[in-house]
Ligand binder design. Structure first.
Ligand code: SAH
Length: 358
């Protein structure tokens, strides 16, 4: 992996009191700052381990650091943490949904899901979203700001601590468009996979995008081991533009060209998400067009019966999804229907925050 710490200036991660967000710093950056304070370099790895392995949220818990250095750290740095405002646990399948408050009073959501192979957490990357997808609750009240790398990471750490369950995977499919917060997301991936921190293999991480084409090319250059998921949701430009305004900027042809390039550069199979909406994109003809588009791709299609949100009248169900999957299989396209988790707790992202903020 390219040294991602070259990306962006760490002094940008400074709060209104001039304190640096220490959880967003990579180990080499923290070392540089500790040396600047005329302290020994090894202090930086001690502090990094307190933050990323023992996950303390205040400097006074760092018991092998002298009180004097702890005071100096408090002057220079802040530790971002999340406040759990609400926790909803599904009675059906152990899915837990968290509503977190950020230090500036904004709210975000994460969802912890249990699969056969372990626990995965779905994290948010922005407060709100600019993309305007018609069926998505995250975008309705618009966009407020990007999340810091620390604020994305803290969603993983807090869910693990709060649930007592070991987290083995992360999907960037919560509120926000990850590739619209590119540098912070890439820095988050570096922190998450750092061997002195959580040490998660990027093979267990999926990044989902509505299709910001220039950023897909940029991501391809980094050659990360992540799975790229593309929210396709339609098989022609007209019906995609009706539900996804981003399609007017980058249409299906440009998007699939970028995906081909991504596969060539990384050798990684792409996953296409297809939110099925009754009467909009669920016909046999839609399946045929989709099969034609994806025919020569090494890919996988994930069909999601659209989650109902109260602002819109889109609907679907598992039966339609299975029927659509049948069409695709007949046409030689590898497809699955996504398991519906947390149906009793409105686990579609953005719904809880909407209820809480408005
Ligand atoms: N912005 C990114 C990631 C966030 S959404 C993206 O667009 O990919 C994660 C996935 O959930 C996307 O595929 C998104 O299109 C889908 N999604 C959003 N609202 C949904 C809903 N009501 N029903 C089904 N899928 C939905």
């Amino acid at each position: 992996m390219q040294c991602l710490s070259d990306r962006g200036d760490p002094t940008l991660f400074t709060d209104e009191n001039g304190k640096t967000d220490i959880l967003s710093l990579t180990l080499p950056e923290l070392e540089a700052q500790i040396l600047e304070m005329n302290e020994k370099k090894f202090r930086a790895s001690q502090i990094y381990k307190w933050l990323h392995q023992r996950r303390v949220t205040d400097f006074d818990s760092m018991t092998d650091i002298s009180a004097q250095l702890r005071d100096r750290l408090k002057e220079k740095f802040c530790i971002k943490s999340l406040f759990v405002v609400k926790r909803l646990e599904s009675k059906r399948d152990n899915t837990v949904k968290y509503l977190y408050r950020l230090s500036d009073g904004n709210h975000i959501e994460s969802v912890l899901m249990e699969y056969e192979h372990g626990n995965t957490v779905c994290v948010s990357t922005q407060v709100g979203c600019k993309m305007g997808c018609r069926f998505c609750a995250s975008t309705i009240a618009g966009y407020k700001r990007d999340l810091l790398p620390s604020e994305i990471l803290a969603q993983v750490y807090t869910a693990e601590r709060e649930s007592g369950r070991k987290i083995g995977g992360v999907v960037l499919m919560g509120i926000g468009e990850p590739l619209d917060n590119f540098d912070n997301v890439v820095r988050f991936l570096e922190l998450l996979s750092c061997k002195d921190g959580m040490n998660m293999s990027l093979r267990h991480v999926s990044v989902s995008t509505c299709g910001l084409v220039p950023k897909i090319y940029e991501l391809a250059k980094l050659d990360l081991a992540i799975t790229l998921s593309i929210s396709l949701h339609a098989s022609d430009n007209k019906s995609r533009s009706e539900i996804m305004p981003v399609n007017d900027r980058y249409d299906i042809n440009e998007l699939l060209k970028a995906c081909r390039d991504y596969f060539k550069a990384t050798g990684r199979r792409i996953s296409f998400e297809y939110a099925l909406i009754d009467g909009h994109n669920d016909s046999r003809e839609d399946a045929e067009r989709l099969a034609k588009l994806l025919g020569n791709f090494v890919c996988h299609v994930n069909i999601i019966p659209v989650n109902k949100i109260k602002e819109r009248d889109y609907r679907s169900d598992r039966r339609s999804a299975q029927r659509f999957r049948g069409y695709l299989e007949e046409l030689g396209i590898n497809a699955t229907v996504r398991r519906t988790l947390g149906a009793d707790i409105d686990a579609a992202c953005g719904q809880l925050r909407r209820e809480y903020e408005i």
